[in-house]
Ligand binder design. Structure first.
Ligand code: FES
Length: 56
């Protein structure tokens, strides 16, 4: 599912990035550019990070 429509970033891409060690939102923003435009996806991206970190 698309999380960031502005940049075309999916939840799968975010999960993989978190699993690869990008556990902070600013790291995701730097690498994937999620939230770099309108910012509407930031909350959902942070929720996905939290869920992924909870799994570990
Ligand atoms: Fe992600 Fe706009 S939806 S920056």
């Amino acid at each position: 599912m698309y999380v960031c429509l502005c940049r075309g970033i999916t939840d799968t891409q975010i999960r993989k990035a978190v699993q690869a060690g990008k556990t902070e939102f600013r790291q995701l923003k730097q690498s994937l550019e999620v939230g770099a435009q309108c910012g509407k996806c930031v909350r959902m991206a942070m929720e996905i990070i939290a869920v992924e970190l909870d799994k570990v």
